[in-house]
Design a protein around this ligand. Structure first.
Ligand code: NAD
Ligand code: DAU
Length: 338
C-alpha cells in the first residue's frame, strides 16, 4: 500500500490531487500537510471527512521539526504543491514567496533525505521559463532556458534549482513537472478564471490587464493532476516534464468566453492598468510528457470551462466565504485605484 505525503493539499491543485489519489487508489495512505494560509481552504477537503486513507496535518513547510514529525519513515512519494502562488501578490511583496517557495522547498528536500523518501515530485510552473514572443511559433520545452520575470517565478525557479541540486549531489530521486495555467473547481478567486466567473455572476466588472492580448496555455486541473501522478509512477529520476493541453488563449478571449457562457454582456470586461512586467505569452510543448508517459488531457477547453462554471454556480457559499476577509482587502489594494 503506497504512502503519500502531499504538501499544499488544501489549495486548489493540491486538493484536486489528493482527491485523484483517493479515487484512483483503493489502498493508499495520504498525509496532507498544509499551513492553511489565505489560499488554503478546509472547505476544499470537506467531502473527505471520515475518509480513513486521508489524514490532514496543519503545518508549515518551513518548520523542519513539524515536517519531520509528519513525514514518518515510510513515505513512498512526496508531492510538493505548497507555495505562495499568485504573481500579483509577489509584486506587492516577495517576502513570503522567498520563505515558502525557496526555504520551504529546501526544508522538504532535507527531510525527504533524512526520512529516505522514495521519490520527491516537485510541482513547478512554466513561468520559470519567462515569456515567449506574442505571435511566434516557439514553445517552452524542457530545454528552454530559465528566465523568470516576476518574484513568484523567480522563487519557483530557485526552488527547481534546489531540487536539481538535491538530485545531483545527494542522489535524491526527484521528478519535476512544469505546467501552465490551471482552471477548475476550488481555485481561489484572485486568479483570472474564478475572478471572472465570480465577478460576472455578481454583475461586477471583470478586470482585464493591459490590452487583454496576453496569452496563457490553459489546462483543466484534473488533467494536470493526472500528469503529476504519471510523472511519479513512470517518470525518469532527475527529469523535467512540461505539461500542457495545447490550449493557448488570449486573456480577453477567456473573459469573453466566461461572460458568454454566463449570459452576461461582454461590456462587463473592463480594461485596467497592466501588471508590471506582465509576461506576454506562455505556450507549452507537451511532446515529452505525451511520448514518455503516455499522458493526454481528457478535457477540452469547452468541456473543462463548462464543468468549472457549473461548479462555481453550485457552490455559491464557497465563493462567498473565499471572497470575504483578507480577499476584500487584497481586492481593494489590487483593483481599487485602477
Ligand atoms: P494555491 O495558492 O491554491 O495553494 C497553495 C497551498 O499551499 C495552500 O493550501 C496553502 O495553504 C499552502 N501553503 C502555502 N504556504 C505554505 C507553507 N509555508 N507551508 C505549508 N503549506 C503552505 O496554489 P495552487 O494554484 O494550487 O498551486 C499549487 C502548486 O502548483 C504551486 O506550487 C504552484 O506554483 C504550482 N502551479 C500552479 C499553477 C496554477 O495555474 N495554479 C500552474 C502550474 C504550477
Ligand atoms: O502559468 C502557470 C501560472 O499560472 C502558475 O504558476 C501561477 O501559480 C498561476 O497563478 C498562474 O499565473 P498567471 O499570472 O498567469 O495567472 P492569473 O490568473 O493571475 O492571470 C492570468 C492572466 O490573466 C495573466 O496574463 C494576467 C491576467 N489577469 C489576471 C487577473 C487576476 C487579468 O487580466 N486580470 C486579472 O484580474
Amino acid at each position: 500500500m503506497p504512502n503519500f505525503f502531499v504538501t499544499g493539499g488544501a489549495g486548489f491543485i493540491g486538493s484536486a490531487f489528493v482527491r485523484l489519489l483517493l479515487d484512483e487508489l483503493p489502498a493508499c495512505d495520504v498525509v496532507n500537510f498544509d499551513a492553511l494560509t489565505y489560499a488554503g481552504n478546509p472547505d476544499n477537503l470537506s467531502d473527505l471527512e471520515g475518509e480513513a486513507r486521508h489524514r490532514f496535518v496543519r503545518g508549515d513547510i518551513c518548520d523542519p521539526r513539524a515536517v519531520l514529525d509528519a513525514l514518518g519513515e515510510a513515505t513512498d512519494y512526496l508531492f510538493h504543491f505548497a507555495a505562495e502562488s499568485h504573481v500579483d501578490r509577489s509584486i506587492e511583496s516577495a517576502r513570503e514567496f522567498i520563505r515558502t517557495n525557496v526555504l520551504g522547498t529546501q526544508v522538504l528536500l532535507d527531510a525527504a533525505r533524512a526520512r529516505r523518501v522514495r521519490r520527491f515530485v516537485h510541482v513547478s510552473t512554466d513561468e520559470v521559463m519567462g515569456s515567449l514572443g506574442e505571435d511566434d511559433a516557439t514553445f517552452f520545452t524542457e530545454d528552454s532556458p530559465f528566465a523568470p520575470n516576476s518574484p513568484y517565478a523567480a522563487s519557483k525557479a530557485a526552488a527547481e534549482h534546489l531540487v536539481r541540486a538535491a538530485h545531483h549531489t545527494f542522489g535524491l530521486d526527484c521528478v519535476v513537472t512544469r505546467c501552465g495555467n490551471n482552471y477548475g473547481p476550488r481555485q481561489f478567486p484572485e486568479k483570472l478564471v474564478p475572478l471572472a466567473i465570480s465577478n460576472a455572476t455578481a454583475d461586477d466588472p471583470v478586470p482585464v490587464y493591459g490590452d487583454g492580448r496576453n496569452v496563457r496555455d490553459w489546462i483543466y486541473v484534473e488533467d494536470h493532476c493526472r500528469a503529476i501522478l504519471a510523472a511519479a509512477e513512470r517518470g525518469r529520476a532527475g527529469e523535467v516534464y512540461n505539461v500542457g493541453a495545447r490550449n493557448e488563449r488570449r486573456n480577453l478571449e477567456v473573459v469573453e468566453a466566461i461572460l458568454d457562457a454566463l449570459g452576461k454582456p461582454r461590456s462587463l470586461a473592463r480594461f485596467v492598468k497592466d501588471r508590471p512586467g506582465h509576461d506576454r505569452r506562455y505556450a507549452i510543448d507537451p511532446a515529452k510528457v505525451e511520448r514518455e508517459l503516455g499522458w493526454r488531457p481528457r478535457e477540452t477547453w469547452e468541456s473543462g470551462l463548462r464543468k468549472t462554471i457549473r461548479w462555481y454556480a453550485d457552490h455559491a457559499d464557497w465563493v462567498a466565504r473565499a471572497r470575504s476577509g483578507d480577499y476584500r482587502e487584497f481586492y481593494a489594494r489590487q483593483y481599487g485605484a485602477s
